[in-house]
Design a protein around this ligand. Structure first.
Ligand SMILES: Nc1ncnc2c1ncn2[C@@H]1O[C@H](COP(=O)(O)OP(=O)(O)OP(=O)(O)O)[C@@H](O)[C@H]1O
Length: 253
């Protein structure tokens, strides 16, 4: 029997105001998989991720977590099944990093949550920031703390909306390596990314969205074919097999 997907969007449609932001989106994430969601600004990546956690009301279709319709799950059940890193990185209170990260584990005892928070901060290369207030950090440092908060959840499914935006090149790779490691340990990961070379290097599959529709999905350099690069991203591009993985050589079409 085929394994149940940790996440499936089945013909999902959603509107924001008068605008259709998702139209019949089909997407799955299985255990052990990193799926990258790619597309230009406004394509619907954040909307798809928000729909997957029940934050975007659907006008059609269904979202399933581990086979169960999201609508039938309590908020606690959702929180146990999926960790969500939003694109928005504002944090209201100037709490130390370890306390912010520990918020990802509200169902654990204080001591266990703190231990997990510390481990997650070290995992994302922010071990030196553990005691620092999050308002007293750079944007990239705060982004790592928020990623640590999502990793602390320990849920089987992790959804990360542009987790590497604003990070330096080393940190971008570190974060993607950590997400990859979570998948290799059995989690399912859905991550929105603008950097197509990194998407091709770290993801098992790429889903290309444009104007709220899935345009292509599959193995990264097949989904991101020259035709898709041109029609969706406005790029004349080709993939080069480099020693460290596929490299996109592109210019504006
Ligand atoms: N609050 C809102 N009200 C109305 N329309 C919105 C709102 N937020 C986003 N949109 C529209 O929804 C569409 C999808 O936006 P979404 O944020 O999902 O795209 P995205 O692919 O994540 O973009 P980006 O790469 O810029 O983050 C866009 O056309 C956007 O203009």
């Amino acid at each position: 029997m085929a394994a149940v997907n940790l996440l499936s969007l089945e013909k999902v449609s959603a509107r924001l105001g008068k605008q259709a932001v998702l139209s019949g989106v089909d997407l799955t994430v299985g255990a052990g998989e990193v799926v990258a969601l790619c597309g230009p600004n406004g394509a619907g990546k954040s909307s798809a991720i928000r729909a997957a956690v029940g934050l975007a009301p659907l006008t059609g279709g269904a979202v399933r977590l581990d086979g169960d319709d999201l609508r039938g799950l309590s908020h606690r059940q959702r929180a146990e099944r999926v960790a969500y890193l939003p694109q928005e990185r504002r944090i209201a209170w100037n709490l130390p990093a370890f306390e912010v990260a520990a918020l990802g584990a509200p169902f654990l005892s204080g001591g266990d949550a703190m231990a997990r928070a510390e481990a997650a901060l070290i995992e994302v290369g922010a071990g030196h920031l553990i005691d620092r207030g999050v308002a007293d950090m750079s944007g990239g440092e705060r982004a790592r703390v928020l990623l640590a908060r999502a990793l602390v959840v320990g849920a089987p499914l992790l959804l990360a909306d542009e987790p590497i935006a604003g990070l330096d090149p080393d940190a971008q790779r570190l974060v993607l390596e950590r997400l990859r490691a979570r998948a290799d340990a059995g989690a399912g990961v859905l991550v929105s990314l603008h950097d197509l070379t990194l998407a091709a290097g770290f993801a098992d599959r790429v889903v290309v969205l444009d104007q709220g529709r899935v345009i292509a999905q599959g193995a990264p350099i097949e989904a991101l074919s020259p035709t898709v690069l041109r029609s969706v991203f406005g790029l004349d591009g080709e993939w080069i097999e480099a020693p460290n993985g596929p490299l996109l050589a592109a210019r504006r079409a």
